[in-house]
Design a protein around this ligand. Sequence first.
Ligand code: AMP
Ligand code: GLY
Length: 417
Amino acid sequence: MRVKVLVIGGGAREHALCRSLSLDPDVTSLHCAPGNAGIAEVAELHAVDALDGAAVADLAVGLGADFVVVGPEAPLVAGVADAVRARGIDCFGPTAQAAALEGSKAFAKDVMAAAGVPTARSYVCTTADEIDAALDAFGAPYVVKDDGLAAGKGVVVTGDLAAARAHALSCDRVVIEEYLDGPEVSLFAVTDGVTVVPLQPAQDFKRALDADEGPNTGGMGAYSPLPWADPALVAEVERTVLQPTVDELRRRGTPFAGLLYAGLAITSRGVRVIEFNARFGDPETQVVLARLKTPLAGLLRAAATGQLAAFPPLRWSDGAAVTVVIASYNYPDTPRTGDPISGLDEVAEKDEHAYVLHAGTKLADGRVVSAGGRVLSVTATGSDLAKARDRAYRAVDRIGLDGGHHRTDIAAKAAGL
Ligand code: AMP
Ligand code: GLY
């Protein structure tokens, strides 16, 4: 297979996708839109409004791309993958209808109920009376979720009833649910709408500060594998969560083909789904792809073309991967941008097993500067988590970003520290 690929998006997830695609011998040329300063080193960048399906499809046709990979949720929910397919180009990413699994928490709950998938008990509320009744029914800690897409900021988990109530009242439609105790796991599956191929599990660190303090973020770091997890976990989740969800969406006439992300809580009463996403997770993708040895383009294209049943088993490295996110001053509140970033060349020269994936960066007057809340995702591999972690933090220490911050405890507990 010789394939010309266009990736839509411009975060660290897309940098990780582009890095893997650039290492795939089948990929003859690689394009990304809009991309960022790091992606520019492995792919040719193009300006595009990623939410405009017609513009993305025009770009793909103009480039003569054989295959488009849509990274973020917002274009998927806006129907960008549909617009690309309508022009006869293979595309990895679900239809807008199937992406509602991420775009609407109430829809996801409905699918899970129909498919018998274990998740937190919940109420969908639109009035103050319904909100008060639901908060009262579950008690503290309160879990309040905006129904729509909110870039990781729609969920409030708090013991403070007034704060829970205020957040609920600020949403048009809100899901209030039972609190799930226990460690979280992110498990991704590639699916063509029928066959499900789970990837390796990873763990994300959602809170801004060490020891899981501070506000929720998009994710401050991740690692894989999970030495503490039951080896049967992936097979169990495939059987109880991933396959039933894919089957239910197909039954409804809206098959889900693309990346199905299950955010799970491992509770004392068993595995429960916290959320579904319709795309690769960020920063978990950075560590999962660091361990995937199967060339990526063939896998994603098999999913996009209904060929997964015949796809050979995935190959994985036995080693570990860790990624640490460096965020801007004041992230996740209103992040400051435009700060120069130093030390990138030093990591490239000195750290053989570490590399820097760019999230919010851009080139300004020939210098790489911050351009978003999460700025870099510093990733390293090693024979075990402790080695990968050491290498990731050594690389983090070489990088300078004025006012930047990162967590110092990514993968520490899992590495036995
Ligand atoms: P979500 O956007 O649904 O993934 O929620 C963001 C974060 O809020 C999750 O990663 C969890 O840390 C937390 N969270 C969401 N739902 C629950 C729940 N039912 N119980 C406990 N924590 C939750
Ligand atoms: N890391 C969480 C997410 O991608 O939604």
